[in-house]
Design a protein around this ligand. Sequence first.
Ligand code: URA
Length: 201
Amino acid sequence: MAQSNLYNSLDEVLNALKNLKDDPLANAGTNIVISRGNPNAKLLLIGEAPGPQENIKGKPFVGPAGQLLDKILSAGNFDPEQDVYIINSVFRMPPGEDGKSFRKPNDKEIEYYRPFVFEIMRLMNPRLILLTGNVACQSVLQKTGITSLRGQWTQLDGRWLMPIFHPSYLLRNQSRQAGSPKALMWEDIQEVRKKYDELIK
Ligand code: URA
């Protein structure tokens, strides 16, 4: 996908995001939530959108899904603070109908924030990217269908990308049987470790 270069450094993108005032969720009353982890890491992980805990703490993946995500990364022998940089596809929590709960981001929101996601990818320059769930696949690959996309590598601008299940999906599917989302996630993170070791020596 053609993307224009809008910024000169990762700091510039992050500053632009912090100062957003006319984004589609600007009037939602929720905060801008950008990143956690190490911006110099070789692995970038892209989630969906902040939830209530992330909205309060100002960092992605710090609620129940984030705790599970850290366990998954650790199972692949990745230190979530040192070896990974973590962002979302949408940088504010989309509020639910009642203004309190939250909902999935819609197409317009995903499209609006997409250039920021691509600029973070370009300027952070990771070797590997993990897309957690369909919203991240829609943002970066412009396609969805996580059940068939997960575990498959694709290349984009010289980087290796793999869609994986979203940790929230695993929280709703606790089975550990062969072929269950948890078992597949275990396989995927081992495959990510293998590729990481091949590429980064
Ligand atoms: N789910 C996400 O995709 N991102 C978060 O930051 C939290 C939950």
